[in-house]
Design a protein around this ligand. Structure first.
Ligand code: THU
Length: 160
């Protein structure tokens, strides 16, 4: 038996103002999308913005439903729309922001496990890493150079 250590590397920006200009712009798109989220049940609003290699920006937000499991997270709303509208474009960057209507969210909110799996599918498909930036409403912004950092031991089509 031997132990295997898995390491992930993340970068942390002190706040929004430290972001490179193109990422700050993408995060602004995500913030705008967050404000349009439909989250009457959880009151937890999430926005996502995706930059494609054709220059297009696709946004999405969480869409809830009275039948709770029928709702969808912001990340999947955005990435499935990108896949549907621009099937041949590569995803370069993804900016995510989340905030509750009940209290100000100051810590970076990472994508949920199901969304990580969905993003992983596109990273495998395009065979190029997707940069992911995530934050709350204010405060630090975390950057991952690739989805793989957020989902070690991921399941992909090579196992099928
Ligand atoms: N949510 C997202 O949109 N993305 C995530 O990664 C985590 C959770 C949404 C789903 C639901 O509408 C609300 O946040 C509370 O879970």
């Amino acid at each position: 038996m031997k132990e295997v250590k898995i390491e992930s590397k993340l970068s942390v920006f002190d706040d929004f103002n430290e972001l490179p200009p193109d990422v700050a712009k993408l995060m602004e798109n995500a913030i705008e999308a967050r404000h349009n989220a439909y989250a009457p049940y959880s009151k937890f609003l999430v926005g996502a913005a995706i930059l494609l290699d054709n220059g297009e920006v696709v946004t999405g937000n969480n869409q809830e439903n009275a039948s709770y499991p029928s709702g969808l997270c912001a990340e999947r709303t955005a990435i499935y729309y990108a896949g549907a509208k621009f099937p041949n474009a590569k995803i370069l960057k993804m900016a995510l922001t989340a905030g509750s209507q009940i209290q100000t969210t100051k810590t970076p909110i990472p994508p949920c496990g199901a969304c990580r799996q969905a993003i992983a599918e596109y990273e495998f498909k395009q065979d190029d890493p997707i940069e992911i930036y995530f934050m709350g409403e204010t405060g630090k912004v975390v950057k991952s150079d690739s989805l793989a950092n957020l989902l070690p031991l991921g399941f992909d089509k090579s196992f099928l």
